[in-house]
Design a protein around this ligand. Sequence first.
Ligand code: CS2
Ligand code: MN
Length: 355
Amino acid sequence: MQMTFRWYGEKLDSIPLKHIKQIPGVSGVVWSLHDLPAGDYWPMERIEEVKAQAAAYGFNIDVVESVNVHEDIKLGNANRKIYIENYKRTLVNLGKAGVKVVCYNFMPVFDWTRTDLFRPLSDGSTALFYEKRKIESIKPTEFLEDMSKQGISTMPGWEPERLSKIKELFMAYEGVTEDDLWGNLKYFLEEIIPVAEKNDIKMAIHPDDPPWNIFGLPRIIKCKKSLDKFLKLVNSPSNGLTLCSGSLGTSANNDIPEMVRIFKERIYFAHIRNIKRFDNGDFTETSHKSSDGSLDIAEIVKAYHDIGYRYYIRPDHGRHVWDEKCRPGYGLYDRALGIMYIHGAWDAYNNSTLL
Ligand code: CS2
Ligand code: MN
């Protein structure tokens, strides 16, 4: 496996590359051009600029997270042609720059969804939290107001331009079913996967977070059955997965080590984080340590180790610890601790005399 760390870029991330450099065993930064709206074409100069910044610290830029998919593509609108064309041209440029994996998601309107960005845990740290009853009882517009009070505008997938059009977007999705979304995803894949193949890129879809429908919007990438269906839509090695333990794991029916073993050939990016599920349907994010959450992270790492996983891993979200001021979920300290937990487990499995 190759360990990576998500970095929002010089302007948008408070964590400098020189600090990331001091986390043991990290070979690359996971990056994006976060200032460009979904659907825009990524010019070569902008890509080369990030590549040079990363290279100055010896990091590769093999993994992009995300090239976001424009809503017109998810909706299947006539304009999708323009945005798909931009997507293809962007993939060609990324291929030229040596990018190997492109993560993206196909969630309508919202990316990941939580109700609290800084909910205290019993140890005095804070973490992202999801309250089921609140999501079920609040209107999407109220929810957004609440989020912006908590500082959501700085989050990936929550770009202000997109969210300002929220009412229109909800109207556009009225009557759009899960089957429609599957159809639009298939159309998108049939267009872009051949381009990915030619440019030696693995596309890696991120599962829906949480993996169930919210605010009446359909969500389709949420369990073993749907991952299997997804991979068969376009049966190519370039059509693969980002297996996110913390997204899929909020549903107790999803067995992550089992998924790692089943989908081993097509997982190109592993997001590892722990969550704790409560009986009422709420969940909180926790440290990576297995005993802190509902997921056995050591067992998940073992599954990757057993399959001889050679692709990319990153710690997904972390808690906010030691009074760090950071983007929700994306501080330096707890993600660095997560990396060391994963390395520790991996090295122990490498050397069975330690077990
Ligand atoms: C990420 C997602 O922060 C996160 O939870 O894993 O936002 C992820 O970047 C996107 O869904 C990928 O397109
Ligand atoms: Mn993830």
